[in-house]
Design a protein around this ligand. Sequence first.
Ligand code: M6R
Length: 613
Amino acid sequence: MCGIVAYTGNRSATPILVHGLRKLEYRGYDSAGIAVQREGSLAIYKKEGKVANLAELLGDYRQDPEHTEAHVGIAHTRWATHGPPTTGNAHPHCGGENRIALVHNGIIENYRPLKAKLEAQGRVFLSDTDSEVLAQLIDSLYEEDLVTAVLAALKEVEGTFGIACISREEPGRLVTARRGSPIVIGLGEDETIVASDASAIISHTRQAIYLDDNDIAIIDGGKVDIRTLDAIPVQRDASDIDWSPDAAEKGGYEHYMLKEIFEQPEAVRNTIRGRVDLERGSALLSGLNLTPRELVEFRRLLIVGCGTSLNAGLVGEYAVEDFAGMLAEVEQAAEFRYRNPIVGAKDIVIAISQSGETADTLAAVREAADKGALVAGLVNVVGSTIAREAGRGIYLHAGPEISVASTKAFTCQVSVLLLIALKLARSNRLSRESGVKIANEIGRIPELIQEVLEQNEAIAEVAKDFVGYEHMFYIGRGYMFPVALEGALKLKEISYIHAEAYNAAELKHGPIALLDENMPVVALLNQGPGQEKTVGNVEECRARKAPVLGVITQGDEEAKAACDWVIEVPASPHYTTTITATVALQLFSYHVARLRGCAIDQPRNLAKSVTVE
Ligand code: M6R
């Protein structure tokens, strides 16, 4: 997804901007560019492809006075939405012969009529993008003051934006604003670094201000003046970014994804710390801010999310029904929004999102809130839009997740959902004794994950035999079905092997027609409810020559005998096996993708944070 970095201060802007762009590479993008202001002019550099291509174009920017004497600049990584990923469509975009330069995240929905109006005024467009329309609009409204022009232009646009803008006529000044697309302002000593994501800031400063929707900031060096889009001054407090620069680096692992897989015991420990009430067999979730009455009187718990967060949500649905005997449903966030859902004051809606910026999930949050539901966020990124708009909720504390393929967010999300289910259950029908048992099982999750990680090499060995396949099935029953979904999602997104997940029972209703020796099946065969039935499905697969990889409970010889390969995970109740089996499948996908030579941390066509619908 697109990324923004901008700088104003005493240092040379270009090295800081290029460094910032590199830190944003993990988000996924297809072109990059920068604009720097120097001696009454703007210099623009853009290139399709990676930031390395842009750096090559910039040449010796650490020595070249063109750059060393430029102390203000903006930069962008673009993930194409309007127009192909070409150099011409890359940001920054300009208006009026490089009088202003703009970088933009988000989508200008009414760009067509605005473009027609500007063309009628004689303006010529150089790109296919909606962002250039905003740049030209600002320029068309620019008389003496950039801020006035930006404010006037933003009044005319519909859609979402996070922007940074500079003018050749206003030395040292940077203007940034947001609506629906995050902007973080890093506060340094006589300098300011703006970005769409804290990763681009943390090597310079930990003090940051998160702009709210409809805020604009006018920045000169270290001076930050924040107003609403109606030009009313507002106070936004600075907070500490608690990610260390190290935490955002690979820490010696070949890929961020592997690092993040291995961080899971610690991540879950951080997630559940202080939240498991072993004494009362319950959970302490003050962030949900639910009264005892609300805990028992709600009609339904609705969980919304996308991708991995959606799969985690499905485990939540099963657990709430299982532990609490209460009505829970999970729904893909975009579907929820567009099908005029029946939701109201008696519903609790939990929006799950690692990034807290997923457009569809955010739209679902707004829809649910508009309809009067009680909305809570289950989010990793502190200060993100969903976290703030939900107003209540639970932070995951999983640390930065850089790899596009989500791993530790899933395990932490499931851990919290189990705690929510436990809390609801204890407020309703579950005995203290049963609650204590579940609380203890949740407390064991970090050590169970550790045991799975110790099998990394064995899993890498198994992965070797799957490198040549182009299609795979994943099957599971009950709690193991969401694991099948997540396993298949992980494999397809990083290895490009076509993988589909089915509830094991569904196999016979159609998909079985595809089985032969070229269609391996990954079967979730862990001991627990429904296991024998899934073993039966495995027999059916093997009878059709499909090779079978079983994820089984350690030492389960019967399950082992039913499979061609196995990955063993420690014995635990199915509700926590959702986590251990998923970790095993994360490692499996990782090794298959690595052996196939795939770009694991930045898979093709994918973005870390999907901030457009
Ligand atoms: O940031 P979110 O959790 O809202 O993101 C949702 C999905 O876009 C995300 O989980 C996506 O499916 C990942 N690439 C999965 O690995």
